[in-house]
Design a protein around this ligand. Structure first.
Ligand code: ADP
Ligand code: MG
Length: 270
């Protein structure tokens, strides 16, 4: 995979350079009585890579899913390129008010899941083409060209006509990344992209993520892989029980953790 700046997030209609792609202010999220996010702030400036780390159950996936409105939240603001999400209702009855806005945000923040979530009844190429054609109503011929481009970019051009079940986990995850890229989103959201992979397959996915970071993609990555977080991130957020316990540049966070909790977490995981 080679860095290719010409295919990074489209330049037209871009907001001012200093407006973050995603900004979250004082976000609160509960599942019924269970408060999972207790006032979280997050800022993903264009071209930055933000990593979310923390123990299982600390709220990382929930925060990521709130970013692209896969989850509702009860309080706080979510801004996409400076545009605030419109809400209706309050508390547990708060939901996004504008369907078109939700679609715009969700299609511009493409998610890559731990379990790949490829459609088993579609070929790899069809998987990559599916959403741009059906959701964005793009011309199938053009989408196919792009899909093949992104499959080549993640190193599996030769798998276009294969079924997902024929691929290794690492290849399936690279196909899922190509699928996310084919949406030409403003940012990519990764939820533990390497956690379901055997160690020897993990590195092929890490390599792809590193190349995406180098070409200036905006990404938020939930990960257990502290080495990857250290290597690719501009900013690392350590979540603990739904709050940001500590955050900063990777060199500071990993090299000089300030809180007992982060020190404990790092010594248990590294
Ligand atoms: P992490 O990704 O850091 O492991 P999650 O965001 O998945 O954490 O979960 C945070 C907390 O929210 C956990 O206590 C989890 O059990 C709970 N949780 C997550 N999803 C749901 C759900 N759909 N319904 C109820 N509780 C949930
Ligand atoms: Mg999770």
């Amino acid at each position: 995979m080679t860095a290719d700046r010409t295919t990074a997030a489209p330049a037209q209609n871009s907001p001012a350079a200093d407006v973050p792609v995603i900004e979250i202010r004082d976000l609160h999220k509960a599942y019924g009585q269970l408060e999972v996010l207790k006032g979280v702030d997050l800022r993903a400036p264009k071209g930055n890579v933000i990593s979310l780390i923390g123990s299982s159950g600390s709220g990382k996936s929930t925060l990521l899913r709130c970013c692209n409105l896969l989850e509702d939240s009860q309080q706080g603001e979510i801004l996409f390129e400076g545009e605030a999400v419109h809400w209706k209702g309050t508390g547990l009855n708060r939901h996004p008010a504008d369907k078109a806005q939700v679609l715009r945000i969700r299609t511009n923040l493409s998610m890559v899941f731990q379990q790949f979530n490829l459609w088993s009844h579609l070929t790899i190429l069809q998987n990559v083409m599916e959403a741009p054609v059906t959701v964005l109503k793009r011309d199938p011929k053009e989408v196919e060209e792009k899909a093949r481009h992104y499959l080549a970019k993640v190193g599996i051009a030769d798998k276009a006509d294969a079924w997902p079940a024929m691929l290794s986990g690492g290849q399936q995850q690279r196909a899922a990344i190509a699928r996310a890229l084919c949406m030409e989103p403003r940012a990519l959201l990764f939820d533990e992209p390497t956690s379901a992979l055997d160690p020897e397959l993990e590195q092929e996915v890490v390599k792809v993520i590193k190349a995406l970071a180098e070409e200036g993609r905006t990404m938020i990555i939930v990960t257990h892989d502290m080495k990857m977080a250290n290597d690719v991130s501009d900013h690392v957020i350590f979540l603990h029980q739904g709050r940001i316990e500590e955050q900063g540049a990777p060199a500071d966070l990993f090299g000089n953790p300030q809180t007992e909790r982060l020190r404990g977490f790092l010594s248990a995981t590294m």
